[in-house]
Write a protein that binds this ligand. Structure first.
Ligand code: SIN
Length: 337
């Protein structure tokens, strides 16, 4: 068989090379349409450079930070969060959370009580009405998966945006993890916002989104309880673009789990196809790998995420193995433009 038939280069050096440089050398350093699929863009996400450089320049007194993603995620080493933090350490951990958007710790053998105590340093804690715990600490929810369970964490979401005041952050500890798989991914929603075209940014600037617990938790309780639960957790409206209370960054704040539809600045529901498409497009921004980081768990690893700044996604690739996680969530403030 000849190399022409197999379409592989000839080993004898007779294959002719028609180009002089890498095809990308001719392209400007910006994103361009993929020839066969013009709606797909390829090339550098240049808008990440500034934030990446800013994070490169950070230094900390009480720990070292090993970066995980381009604009988000860092493993903090040299600090023990089970011990009570002095105020200066606490403030630095909080600043690191705001800077990296999600921070990770290894070998933190929290008990349920010390987990809750650490989380409480950052504010009041939520009790989740639809995910029970079994640790004796009502503020700790437990995700326990094995061969007999399904799951719904493998979709991009912010936690509890169906609350009028969604969580500011969440602290998740791995109790038991599979040998392989079960990573959690995070997406930088400031990068997602920044990467939108100006036209889309203008369109959503004053738009609102309606959030509903029913989309994800509607099957959790008996139908005859519906009116009672709905009265407690009515539909809530948040801006599509919010401003981070501490960093001032603009963040894309819609997610597939809980955002039911868009609404205009006066609160009128927008439910036509065009808006459905726009909501889908905005939610899809989290799929850009360049905005993401990925954390590989070990038992007693901890992830602490800023629930406004990132969405998260727990990869569900480990069935039928067991994966057990416990989470404490910190009460936030009302999201605002
Ligand atoms: C969650 O969605 O909060 C759980 C994430 C995980 O289990 O990794």
């Amino acid at each position: 068989m000849t190399s022409t038939e197999t379409n592989t280069p000839a080993a004898d050096g007779t294959e002719e090379v028609f180009a002089e440089a890498d095809p990308a050398a001719k392209l400007e350093a910006k994103r361009v349409a993929f020839p066969a699929f013009p709606h797909v863009k390829l090339g550098p996400f240049g808008h990440l450079a500034e934030e990446r450089a800013r994070l490169d320049g950070l230094e900390w007194k009480h720990f070292t930070a090993k970066r995980v993603g381009a604009t988000l995620g860092a493993e903090l080493h040299g600090i023990d969060i089970i011990a009570e933090l002095i105020d200066e350490q606490f403030a630095e951990v909080r600043d690191a959370l705001h800077a990296y958007k999600v921070i990770f710790f290894r070998d933190q053998a929290f008990t349920p009580a010390s987990h809750v105590a650490f989380a409480r340093r950052f504010g009041d804690l939520e009790v989740h009405p639809f995910i029970p715990g079994n640790t004796g600490e009502p503020e700790l929810v437990r995700f326990e998966k094995d061969a007999s369970t399904g799951g719904y964490e493998n979709g991009w979401h912010h936690d509890v945006t169906w609350r009028a005041v969604p969580s500011a952050g969440a602290i998740l500890r791995a109790v038991k993890v599979p040998e392989t798989g079960g990573d959690t991914l995070f997406c930088d929603m400031a990068a997602a916002y920044e990467g939108l075209d100006d036209e889309v940014k203008d369109r959503i600037e004053n738009m609102n989104a309606v959030h509903d617990f029913m989309l994800a938790f509607g099957g959790q309780f008996p139908k005859d309880k519906f009116d009672e639960v709905r009265a407690k957790y009515p539909l809530v409206t948040h801006p599509v673009v919010i401003r981070h209370h501490a960093t001032g960054k603009k963040l894309l704040y819609v997610n597939r789990f809980f955002t039911s539809h868009l609404a205009d600045a006066d609160g009128n529901d927008l439910r036509d196809d065009e808006h459905h498409q726009l909501l889908g497009y905005l939610c899809d921004q989290a799929n850009n790998l360049e905005y993401q980081c990925r954390f590989q768990w070990r038992a007693d690893s901890v992830a602490f995420w800023d629930n406004r700044a990132v969405q998260h996604y727990a990869a569900s690739d480990y069935w039928p193995d067991t994966r057990i996680m416990e989470r404490a969530s910190i009460v936030g403030t009302r999201p605002a433009r």
